[in-house]
Write a protein that binds this ligand. Structure first.
Ligand SMILES: Cc1cc2nc3c(=O)[nH]c(=O)nc-3n(C[C@H](O)[C@H](O)[C@H](O)COP(=O)(O)OP(=O)(O)OC[C@H]3O[C@@H](n4cnc5c(N)ncnc54)[C@H](O)[C@@H]3O)c2cc1C
Length: 564
């Protein structure tokens, strides 16, 4: 709820535009003060453009960190809207001070849930499942709202907002409950902890944890459920590999401690099987001793030709650098890799092909060539430098598509040339392209993870994004989904069917195989066991029911694919 507006005025504004399945007072009788109704993120600007609340919205419109503090907000703003009806409450993301957006549209709730429970303990989750069973009101779980598939939003639903579950604990000799194995160091994070907090806490305890790139993504929600990559994943494994224990509430209302020794089927599903099996209250991760980080940063003013040259170097050395323990990112004009294993001398030798490329750029007179190769004493010191300069797009209408690139694509000159050609062709469709060397290519795993096994045989995860503006037509929105999908098609054609559920094409053609491969049927049986009524059904999750009215604001697969 926005500061400055009284409770009653917020309720009036919210209820005026809603017809709720259950009157708010009845919901309040169940959850007390923990439940609220929320306006869309930008609503204050439709009420008073000069108000302090609106100024805060305009100033922070593109900030995922700011947005993550607001229950109704989504980082990809189409998930605040109802895409099929056009109901929305958005500003102009290209210029949030442009008044046209508020002058030419009215603020509607779109996909903003009807009720929000600010979760602080498991009994509220138990009540929510009972409420959903009794009333048919769908449940969504929202942590930070970074989801690319709209799974943490939904009109007419009750949102379990986990953001304020910020507890963290450091353990020595952590032994999962009823387990027989002990881990020297581990960290437990509440469901609302974000990477910025996770990294700082790990650093304060002189250990390293795996986390992702964007500081405001949640460390204990959708990230781990989908597998969870990060720049150290090559040698550290993914979040799913490092999760040792979860505390959850399952849709039958049971509060459970889940690990390899108890509820091991659910443990398998929570480690990469996607959203929709249970509500996580906390996750305990393996932590490893602090390590020095070798790092390389290269950036330059890119042209089509220099971008092609960069990708050529990255592809030609892709397998070698993966085997030498590197991980990181590249786009069309930057390359950022880190290594937690080798020493500084070895790092410089290993990265010689990239340093040589930087020299060639300088010799050719390319502008703004900046190359840095250095050692950081620990992960956090590298991360601070990295995150200050690199931000993914936030606060925009933006679908994404993803592919995993297997080791075989790097094996021969022909396969490498094919990959480069696919990247170039896709780039002509959308320039929003990222190479993420963030796969567990050097980490065997313990056989208890459920994301597609293709992850371990892959060197890169690739993503494509594209955007639409606040005033886009339905046809333009559909065309944008189609655009990212078509960009990914160039790589789909030359690689096995594998992608990342958390950063996926919303209309991924064969998502069951692409996200989970041979694990899908086992996951479906686990889903049916723990959530037989589909209370946690979500888009392209295991057991997804496309016919559910929950998805009335998503374009249908037929509409998007029909035009391909
Ligand atoms: C800018 C940006 C950067 C990203 N960087 C990375 C990265 O480096 N590595 C990476 O692997 N991914 C990355 N992602 C993708 C990220 O993993 C997904 O967006 C993920 O779904 C975010 O999870 P969340 O809990 O923070 O977000 P939310 O949108 O709140 O939730 C996402 C999904 O998880 C479910 N969920 C959330 N909390 C819980 C819970 N406590 N119990 C049960 N279900 C829950 C939701 O219902 C929803 O299905 C990035 C995304 C963005 C937008």
């Amino acid at each position: 709820m926005w500061a400055g507006l009284s409770v009653s005025s917020v309720l009036l504004l919210a209820t005026a535009a809603r017809s709720q399945a259950v009157p708010f007072e009845a919901v309040r009788a169940i959850f007390g003060d923990a439940v609220s109704q929320q306006e869309p993120f930008s609503a204050p600007c439709f009420q008073d453009w000069e108000s302090a609340e609106c100024v805060a919205v305009r100033t922070n419109y593109l900030s995922a960190a700011f947005r993550s503090n607001v229950p109704s907000s989504q980082v990809h703003t189409q998930w605040e809207t109802c895409q099929t009806t056009g109901e929305q409450c958005l500003l102009d993301a290209t210029n949030s001070n442009n008044r046209l957006a508020v002058n030419q549209t009215t603020c509607a709730n779109g996909s903003v849930p009807d009720y929000f429970v600010d979760v602080s303990d498991y009994t509220q989750v138990q009540k929510a499942f009972k409420f959903s069973r009794d009333t048919g009101v769908p449940i969504v779980v929202k942590n930070t709202g970074h989801d690319y598939l709209g799974r943490s939003s939904g009109r007419g639903s009750l949102s379990l907002w986990t953001h304020n579950m910020k507890q963290m604990a450091f353990h020595r000799d952590f032994k999962p409950e009823k387990g027989d194995k002990t881990y020297a160091t581990a960290i437990t994070v509440g469901a609302g902890v974000q990477f910025s907090e996770f990294y700082a806490f790990a650093d304060a305890n002189n250990v390293t944890v795996l986390g992702g790139a964007e500081a405001s993504v949640g460390a204990s929600g959708g990230w781990v459920l989908g597998g969870g990559h990060g720049p150290l994943a090559n040698t550290f494994g993914m979040a799913a590999d490092r999760a040792l224990q979860f505390k959850v509430v399952t849709p039958d209302g049971q509060y459970r401690t889940v690990n390899a020794a108890q509820h091991s089927d659910l443990f398998f599903a929570l480690r990469g099987g996607g959203s929709g099996y249970a509500v996580i209250l906390e996750t305990t991760y393996l932590a490893t001793p602090a390590v020095a980080i070798q790092a390389i940063f290269l950036s330059f003013s890119a042209t089509l030709d220099t971008t092609r040259q960069l990708w050529s170097v990255v592809i030609d050395n892709g397998l070698k650098w993966s085997e030498e323990s590197w991980g990181g990112f590249a786009n069309d004009g930057a390359f950022i890799y880190i290594n937690p294993v080798i020493n500084a001398t070895r790092a410089v030798e290993s990265m010689k092909p990239m340093a040589d490329f930087a020299e060639r750029l300088k010799a050719a007179g390319v502008a703004n060539v900046a190359l840095t190769q250095t050692t950081f004493p620990n992960f956090l010191s590298w991360y601070k430098v990295f995150s200050a300069a690199n931000k993914a797009a936030q606060g925009v209408n933006m679908p994404e598509a993803s592919r995993l690139i297997p080791k075989s694509s790097f094996a021969t000159a022909k396969s490498r040339a094919e990959l480069l050609a696919a990247y170039e062709a896709a780039y002509k469709i959308t320039p929003g392209f990222l190479i993420l060397a963030a796969t567990p290519a050097s980490y065997a795993g313990d056989g208890l993870t459920s994301m597609t096994p293709a992850w371990r045989n892959s060197v890169f995860h690739n993503t494509w994004v594209a955007r639409w503006d606040w005033n886009a037509t339905r046809a333009e929105k559909v065309a944008t989904y189609r655009k990212v999908s078509e960009a990914a098609d160039y790589v789909r054609k030359i690689t096995p069917d594998a992608s990342y559920t958390n950063e996926a094409d919303v209309y991924e053609p064969n998502y069951k195989v692409a996200h989970w491969g041979p694990n899908y049927n086992k996951l479906l049986a686990i889903k049916k066991k723990y959530d037989p009524k589909g209370l946690l059904d979500c888009w392209h999750c295991v057991g997804f029911d496309a016919s559910s009215p929950r998805y009335s604001c998503w374009f249908t697969e037929a509409e998007v694919k029909g035009r391909r």
